[in-house]
Design a binder for this molecule. Structure first.
Ligand code: HEC
Ligand code: HEC
Length: 296
C-alpha cells in the first residue's frame, strides 16, 4: 500500500488515529465521531441513504464504506481530494457533518492529557492540525477487507464458491460486463462513470465528477465503489437510492437510466432470472472479515 514518505505507518500513529476516529471530541457539540457515520460494525458505513451529521443535519450523499481506502487514488464520490491526509480533515469542518473549526479541534486536543501524551508518543510534539490529519489517515489505511470466499477461489480453491456463485462470477465477467468497471483486487477501476443513478425525469440533482473537472461528459459521473462486503452495506449508490442487490442487478439489466451522459458501457444485458440470481449470490460471496488497527 502506498504511504506518504512523511507519514510512515507506526503503531503509535494508528492507535492515536483509532482513538480520534471513535471520539466525538471532533464534532461541534461533541455528539458524533467519525464512527457514527463510518460504523466499524457495518463495514464502516451506516446503512442510511444519506449521511446525518451534528444536529441531525442531512448531507447530500450516502456514507461510503471505508474498506481498503489506502489503495484509493482519489477520495469522495466525485474524487475531489487526492490524498487521505487531506481527506480526513474535511468531515471535521463540514457544516453538515462535524462542523468544528480546526483551530478549536487542536485546542480541545491540547487540553486533554491523554491526547497530549498520545501525540507526543506518535509525533514527538503537542497536538496540531497536520499531525491530526496524519494520525487519522494512518488509522484509515489499516481498515482492510481481503479474505472473502471469492479471494480464496481466486487463490486456487475451486470449492470456495458453490456452483451458483461460480455461474454468478461468470456472468460478472462476461454477459454482465461488470468487470469493465469493477476490476482488480478491490473490484473498482477507481474511475468515474455515469451509470444513470440520480437521474429523474431527465434531470439530475448532483453533478458528481463534473463539479471537479467542469467537463460536460462528467456530469452525473461518480467513482466506482469497491464491491467488497457489499452484501452488508445497503442501501446502494451515491444517493442511497437502491435498496437491495437484486434491484441493483435489475437496474444494470435495464442498461441504467437513460440520460445524455450515460457511460457507453451501460447497455441492456438481457440476463435470465437464473443469471440474475447467480450474480446476486456471487456479490454476496464478496464479504469477508474486516480488520482494523496496526498489523505488524
Ligand atoms: C456525518 C457523517 C460523516 C462523518 C461524521 C464522517 N464522515 Fe467520512 N464521509 C461521509 C460522507 C457522506 C462521505 C462521502 C462524501 C462525498 O462523497 O461528498 C465520506 C467520505 C469519507 C472518505 C472517503 C472515502 C472514499 O472512498 O472516497 C473517508 C476516507 C472518510 N469519509 C473518513 C472520515 C473520517 C476520518 C472521519 C472523522 C474525522 C469522517 N469520515 C467523518 C460521512 C461522514
Ligand atoms: C460503466 C461502469 C460500471 C459498470 C459496467 C458496472 N458498474 Fe457497478 N458501479 C459503477 C459506479 C460508477 C457505481 C456508483 C454509481 C453511483 O453511485 O452513482 C457503481 C455501483 C455499484 C454497486 C453499488 C455499490 C455501493 O456500495 O453502493 C453495485 C452493487 C454494483 N455497482 C454492481 C455492479 C454489477 C453487478 C455490475 C454488472 C452487472 C456493474 N456494477 C457494472 C460502475 C459500473
Amino acid at each position: 500500500m502506498p504511504v506518504p514518505a512523511d507519514n510512515p505507518l507506526t503503531p503509535e500513529r494508528v492507535a492515536l488515529g483509532r482513538k480520534l476516529f471513535l471520539d466525538p471530541i471532533l464534532s461541534a457539540d461533541r455528539s458524533i465521531s467519525c464512527a457514527s457515520c463510518h460504523d466499524p460494525e457495518r463495514s464502516f458505513t451506516d446503512n442510511r441513504p444519506k449521511s446525518v451529521g451534528v444536529s441531525q443535519r442531512v448531507g447530500p450523499r450516502r456514507v461510503p464504506k471505508l474498506l481498503n481506502r489506502g489503495y484509493g487514488r482519489s477520495f469522495f464520490w466525485d474524487g475531489r481530494i487526492r490524498t487521505l491526509e487531506e481527506q480526513v480533515l474535511q468531515p471535521v469542518t463540514n457544516t453538515l457533518e462535524m462542523d468544528l473549526g480546526l483551530a478549536e479541534a487542536v485546542e480541545r486536543l491540547r487540553a486533554e492529557a491523554a491526547y497530549a501524551s498520545g501525540f507526543r508518543k506518535a509525533f514527538g510534539r503537542q497536538p496540531n492540525q497536520d499531525d491530526l490529519a496524519r494520525a487519522l489517515a494512518s488509522y484509515v489505511r489499516t481498515i482492510l477487507s481481503g479474505d472473502s470466499r471469492y479471494d480464496r477461489y481466486v487463490a486456487g480453491d475451486p470449492e470456495a464458491l458453490d456452483p451458483t456463485e461460480r455461474l454468478g462470477l461468470e456472468v460478472f465477467r462476461t454477459k454482465g460486463n461488470c468487470v469493465t468497471c469493477h476490476l482488480g483486487p478491490n473490484l473498482t477501476d477507481e474511475r468515474f462513470h455515469n451509470t444513470g443513478i440520480g437521474f429523474r425525469d431527465g434531470r439530475i440533482d448532483d453533478d458528481g465528477r463534473f463539479t471537479v473537472t467542469g467537463r460536460e461528459q462528467d456530469r452525473g459521473a461518480f467513482k466506482t465503489p469497491t464491491l467488497r462486503n457489499v452484501a452488508e452495506t445497503a442501501p446502494y449508490m451515491h444517493d442511497g437510492s437502491i435498496e437491495t442487490l437484486e434491484d441493483v442487478i435489475d437496474d444494470y439489466d435495464e442498461g441504467g437510466t437513460a440520460n445524455p451522459y450515460l457511460d457507453h458501457e451501460m447497455t441492456k444485458l438481457g440476463l435470465t432470472e437464473s443469471e440474475k440470481a447467480a450474480l446476486a449470490a456471487f456479490l454476496k460471496a464478496l464479504s469477508g472479515p474486516v480488520r482494523e488497527g496496526f498489523q505488524p
